[in-house]
Design a protein around this ligand. Structure first.
Ligand code: D41
Length: 680
C-alpha cells in the first residue's frame, strides 16, 4: 500500500510543476529558477519510478512517451479551420473597416487585435479538461494527428486549470519557435554538420513533423492560442477579448500584446505600435490580426468562401524576398580571409532595400548550390546581414555559371591560398595588402581593443589611402595639420580624435593583446593570456608548449601566437607603440589558479534575478573561470536565470551541473578565501 503522504506529495509536485509552467509560458514571469523546477521534476520522476501504479497520463513527467510513429494519422476537423484574408496596405484596412461597419450597421466598431504569429496553425482538443488530441491545420478540413508531439510542448497544458471544464472544447493557435531557440538550434545543427533551418517557422514545422516525439521535445517549441473552434458544455463570454482572458485563466498561453481598440484609427495605431516592436519580440510575426470583438456580431457579419468577413490579417513587409544574384565578389578581411559577397538586384526586404548578402565561404556556395545568375530567396531578420536562403531552381537561367574563387587578391594582387584543412581562403599579402591594413587598424582602434573613439571605418580608409598611417604606431604620430587636411575633417573633430588617441595610451594588457589582431586570439583569449602571464614579455617569451598550458589555449592558437611574435615587423610595431607611450598596469596580480572555479567553463543563460550577465561573467573571470557562449561537453557549469531557452535543455541532456544565481554566488563565496596568497 502506498501511503497517503506519498500520494499527496506526488499530486503536490504535479500541481507545482503545472503552476510553474503557467508562470513561465503563460505569464512570462517565472517564480523559481530552472534549477529549482528541475529539482521538483526529478523528485516527481523518482517517486513515480518507485510507485509506477500512481503514474497518470496527465502527469508533467509523461509529456514524452510512446514510440516513434511510422506516419501521422489524418484527422478531420469537427469545424473547419478557416483561413484569413490579408491586407497589405492601409487602404485595404480602411476598406475592411467600411465593410464591417456596413454589415454591422455601427458607426464605430470595437476590434480585438493581436500579433500574427509566424508559426503553424494547430487545433487542440480538451475533453473534460484533459488534452486528448492535437492536429495540424492541414488544408483547413483535414490535418494530421500530432498529439504525441504537442504533448511535449510545455506551453500546452495537459489539464485545463478549472474545476468545471467544458465537456469538449477545441482551442486553436500557433506553434512556433522562439528566435533565441532557433539561433541555438541552428548553431547546434552547424556544429554537428547537419542541415540548418532557413527560419524559425521552418524549424518549428520540421520539429512538429518529427515522427519521434523525443526529438520534438528537445526543440523547445512554444504555443499561443488565438481562438476557439467547436465547443460543448460551456457558455463562452460574449467577446473575443474575454474568451482570450478565459483561456489564459485556464493556463493556455495567449498573446501578451493583444488589445481591444476602437475603429480604423485604433487598428492602424496598433499596426504601427507592434511594427515598432517587431524586431525586439522573442518570436517572428508576419503582421497583426484584427477581429470584430463582439462574437454575436462576428456571426452576423459572416463568411465569404473559406474566410471570415469579420477578421483580417494586416501583413508586415515580408522578411524574405526573391531576387537575382548578379555576381559574386570577394571581400578581404583583417586576417586576409576572403569572403564571397553576393551582389543582388536591389530588392525590398522587410522595408529595407537589400543589394548584398553574405555567402561566408566557398563551401557554403556549393552547399547551397548557388550559381551566378540564379534567382534566390533572400532573408533579412532584424539587423543581421542578409542571407541567401535558397535557390529558385525552376527559374535558373541557361547561362547561370559557377563561382570561381580568384587566385589573386582583388585589392593587392597577392596570391590567394586555401589550406587543405581550412574552409577559408586567404590573401597572402599580410599588412602589405591595404585591405588587411585598414581592417587591422580599424580592429586596433575598436571599442573592445584600444577604444579610440571616433576612429571609424571611413576615417581609417582615408588615413591609409592618404598614406598617413601604415601601422598602428603611426596613429600616435598624427598631428593636427595632417588631419585637418583630410577631406570632411573639421578642426574640432581633428582635436577630438587626437585627444581620443592620447587617451587610448593608458590601456590594459588584455586590450593590448587583443588589439594586436593575432589570428585566433579573440577578446576572451586575450584576457586569458593577460591573466595567465601578467606581462607582455612573459607571454612573448613562451613557446608553443608553454602557451598550451594556458587554460583554453590549444595548439592552433599557440602556433598562431608564436608565429606572430616571430615576425620582426610585429616586434617593431610593438616597440614603437610602447615608445609612443602606450602602457598598462602590470601590477595587477594574476588571478588564482587553484580555486574550484579556475579553469572551469561556465555558460550563462536566461535573466538572473539580481545581476546582469556581464556582472556574472566578471565574477567568473575574476576567479579564473571562463564564460562561454554555448553549451558543449566542455561546459562545467550552466548558470541559469529566468527563461533560459535551449541552452538549458542542452545542459540537461548532457548532464551538466546547473546552478541558479544563489548557488552560483555561494560557489563563488566558498572559493573566495582561496584567492589570497595564490598566484605565482
Ligand atoms: O497569429 C496568427 N497566426 C493567427 C491566425 C491569429 N492571431 N488569429 C487567427 N484567427 C483566425 C480566425 C479568425 C479564422 C479564427 C489566425 C487564423 N485564423 C489562421 N491561421 C491560419 C489560418 C487561419
Amino acid at each position: 500500500m502506498v501511503s497517503a503522504e506519498i500520494k499527496n506529495r506526488i499530486s503536490a509536485l504535479r500541481e507545482q510543476l503545472e503552476y510553474h509552467n503557467y508562470r513561465y509560458y503563460v505569464l512570462d514571469a517565472p517564480e523559481i529558477s530552472d534549477a529549482e523546477y528541475d529539482r521538483l521534476f526529478r523528485e516527481l520522476q523518482s517517486l513515480e519510478q518507485q510507485y509506477p501504479e500512481l503514474i497518470i497520463p496527465s502527469s508533467p513527467s509523461q509529456r514524452v512517451g510512446g514510440a516513434a510513429l511510422t506516419e501521422f494519422t489524418q484527422i478531420t476537423h469537427t469545424t473547419p479551420m478557416l483561413s484569413l484574408n490579408n491586407a497589405f496596405s492601409e487602404d485595404e484596412v480602411v476598406a475592411f473597416d467600411r465593410r464591417v461597419r456596413e454589415a454591422s450597421e455601427l458607426s464605430q466598431v470595437d476590434y480585438a487585435v493581436e500579433p500574427k504569429f509566424d508559426g503553424l496553425a494547430i487545433s487542440l482538443v480538451y475533453e473534460r479538461g484533459q488534452f486528448v488530441m492535437g492536429a495540424t491545420r492541414g488544408d483547413g478540413y483535414v490535418g494530421e494527428d500530432v498529439t504525441a508531439n504537442l504533448r511535449t510542448i510545455r506551453a500546452i497544458p495537459l489539464l485545463l486549470a478549472t474545476p468545471n471544464p467544458p465537456q469538449r472544447i477545441e482551442i486553436r493557435g500557433e506553434v512556433l519557435m522562439l528566435k533565441a531557440d532557433f539561433a541555438a538550434l541552428n548553431a547546434y545543427q552547424r556544429e554537428q554538420g547537419l542541415k540548418e533551418f532557413a527560419n524559425p517557422r521552418n524549424a518549428a514545422a520540421g520539429s512538429l513533423r518529427q515522427l519521434d516525439p523525443r526529438i520534438t521535445a528537445t526543440r523547445g517549441l512554444h504555443f499561443f492560442a488565438y481562438g476557439v473552434g467547436q465547443c460543448e458544455g460551456v457558455v463562452l463570454p460574449s467577446t473575443h477579448g474575454e474568451v482570450m482572458d478565459l483561456l489564459m485563466a485556464w493556463r493556455i498561453p495567449v498573446a501578451h500584446e493583444r488589445a481591444v481598440v476602437q475603429g480604423v484609427e485604433g487598428l492602424l495605431a496598433y499596426y504601427q505600435r507592434i511594427g515598432a516592436q517587431r524586431d525586439s519580440l522573442a518570436f517572428d510575426i508576419d503582421g497583426v490580426v484584427y477581429k470584430v470583438n463582439d462574437l454575436a456580431m462576428q456571426q452576423q457579419i459572416g463568411y465569404v468562401a473559406r474566410a471570415p468577413r469579420f477578421a483580417i490579417a494586416h501583413k508586415f513587409p515580408a522578411q524574405e524576398a526573391t531576387t537575382q544574384l548578379l555576381d559574386i565578389d570577394v571581400q578581404v578581411g583583417r586576417t586576409g580571409a576572403i569572403t564571397p559577397v553576393a551582389r543582388l538586384a536591389p530588392v525590398s526586404v522587410g522595408g529595407v532595400t537589400v543589394t548584398n548578402a553574405t555567402l561566408h565561404n566557398e563551401d557554403e556556395i556549393r552547399r547551397k548550390g548557388v550559381l551566378i545568375g540564379d534567382w534566390v530567396n533572400v532573408r533579412r531578420a532584424g539587423d543581421v546581414i542578409p542571407e541567401i536562403v535558397s535557390v529558385v531552381m525552376s527559374r535558373r537561367p541557361s547561362d547561370a555559371r559557377e563561382f570561381v574563387m580568384p587566385t589573386t587578391c582583388p585589392v593587392c594582387g597577392s596570391h590567394i591560398v586555401r589550406l587543405p584543412d581550412e574552409a577559408i581562403a586567404r590573401c597572402t599579402g599580410g599588412l602589405f595588402c591595404p585591405a588587411q591594413r585598414k581592417q587591422a587598424l580599424w580592429h586596433f582602434a575598436s571599442r573592445r581593443a584600444m577604444d579610440i573613439d571616433g576612429l571609424g571605418e571611413k576615417l581609417v580608409e582615408q588615413l591609409v589611402d592618404e598614406n598617413l598611417v601604415h601601422s598602428p604606431a603611426d596613429l600616435y604620430r598624427l598631428g593636427l595639420l595632417s588631419l585637418v587636411n583630410l577631406e570632411r575633417m573639421a578642426e574640432k573633430s581633428a582635436r577630438n580624435l587626437l585627444a581620443a588617441i592620447e587617451h587610448s595610451k593608458r590601456t590594459t594588457l588584455a586590450r593590448f593583446i587583443y588589439a594586436l589582431g593575432i589570428r585566433h586570439v579573440g577578446e576572451q583569449t586575450a584576457k586569458d593570456l593577460a591573466r595567465y602571464y601578467g606581462t607582455l614579455e612573459a607571454m612573448m617569451a613562451a613557446d608553443e608548449l608553454q602557451l598550451q598550458q594556458v587554460p583554453e589555449v590549444g595548439e592552433v592558437v599557440a602556433k598562431s601566437i608564436v608565429q606572430f611574435f616571430a615576425e620582426p615587423h610585429n616586434l617593431t610595431v610593438i616597440e614603437m607603440l610602447r615608445a609612443a607611450g602606450v602602457c598598462w598596469d602590470e601590477s595587477a596580480p594574476p588571478v588564482i589558479q587553484n580555486s574550484a572555479i579556475s579553469g572551469k567553463v561556465f555558460v550563462i543563460t536566461g535573466t538572473l534575478p539580481t545581476m546582469s550577465r556581464d556582472e556574472a561573467k566578471a565574477k567568473i573571470e575574476a576567479m579564473g573561470g571562463k564564460a562561454s557562449g554555448s553549451v558543449s561537453k566542455k561546459t562545467d557549469f550552466v548558470l541559469a536565470g529566468a527563461e533560459p531557452g535551449s541552452k538549458f535543455i542542452k545542459a540537461q541532456e548532457l548532464g551538466i551541473t546547473i546552478l541558479d544565481e544563489a548557488e552560483f554566488l555561494s560557489l563563488i563565496n566558498e572559493n573566495q578565501g582561496e584567492e589570497d596568497g595564490q598566484g605565482y
